[in-house]
Design a protein around this ligand. Sequence first.
Ligand code: EPZ
Length: 429
Amino acid sequence: MDRIRIVGGTPLNGTIPISGAKNATLPLMIASLLTDDTLVLDNVPNLADVGLLKRILGNHGVDCMVKGKRASHNGHSGETVELSARAIIDTTAPYEMVSKMRASFWVVGPLIARMGQARVSLPGGCAIGTRPVDLFIDALESLGADIDIDGGYVVARAPNGLKGARISFPKVTVGATHVAMMAATLAQGESVIENAAREPEVADLAACLTKMGARISGAGTATIRIEGVPSLSGARHTVMPDRIETGTYAFAAAMTGGEVTLEGATPDIVKRPMEVLTEIGAEVTPTNEGIRIKRNGAGLKPIDISTEPFPGFPTDLQAQLMALVCRADGESHIRETIFENRFMHVQELARLGADIQLDGQVAKVTGVERLTGAEVMATDLRASVSLVIAGLAAEGETVINRVYHLDRGFERIEQKLGGCGATIERLSA
Ligand code: EPZ
């Protein structure tokens, strides 16, 4: 198994290109199941999760073709992927596949909408919490699907098609909003999704579905209206920039000091994380290229914060923020409100010398003068990258084990950080 070796202590200086968003790419790829025409996606990041989803969609009969990278001045702006679900050969998503990546459960929406049936394995537990699927089931039942749970599978049937409905989510859920929106595009009549997730990835999916012929308004707000259409067509869509990757490298630059331009980053979708970074003591400047992050000399200030659905501070940056304030002058409080068990990084950060106490859903982080390198273990995607941030500022050598977690969501991380002066390398097994 690959490991990452970092020798900390060098400020980051330079430019980091921001890739297409993993969490937009996955639902966009799944949307290809809604049409027998070809969906072309540009700026697709080269990530393990994307590769896995290609295989999962292939199992349903989707032809996925990578058309190569488009030229750009930084030599890389993602892949162009053509997805063609001309014939769906299997409406079952088996346990072996869904258990590897929770988002693959989302195929249930397009499959039931287009084929009138779907049999999709329950995703099962996951490292960051129990993550049930009750809200997906409620939404699809509202749209007229009959749902049974049988042998660990969600079996959905709607032989006469779905019918438009009002879906009111009792809590904000990104995945069930994606699924309800995709399913409603092919339902008969109007659907209204209330308390919808406002995450930019929902708006990106809606923009692509609209190019495919769907009639959607309000995506990106709490109320989404969808007027069902009989069928969707192919389209071409460019995946939005990754706001979590943007925030991660911004926090890394604030951690080490220096000046980094996050090329292609969109300021609008990272407002809250950038406000937080400014409060902590970094300079954040939107530029023509993206966002510039700078910290020279000044210390880091502590912070009190809760994770929230968008536009609040994202749970997907909680671990990275925690790594950063490990070096702040004083005591920070970070409350995790989205997932009940998203603190696996705490004990690993402690191995680097961090002082963190957990009290239920709140982490109390007392800043320390210095972190020191150690051998640590990646436990999930965002936890892993928090260890990279801490390692960049730690004295001496940090070795991160189980790097496959990192490869699920960060493209070319060693090259991107190494290009800004970090001493970071992959040790292949
Ligand atoms: C998406 O997960 C993201 N994944 C997650 O990113 C992200 O952490 C999360 O949204 C929150 O922003 C992708 O986009 C692929 P939810 P999702 O449904 O859709 C509860 C990463 O690191 N809930 O918004 O699975 C759920 O348990 C990943 O890139 C129910 O109770 O998250 C959680 O407490 C990890 N019942 C809350 O809602 C349901 O039926 C929000 O989860 C569904 C969800």
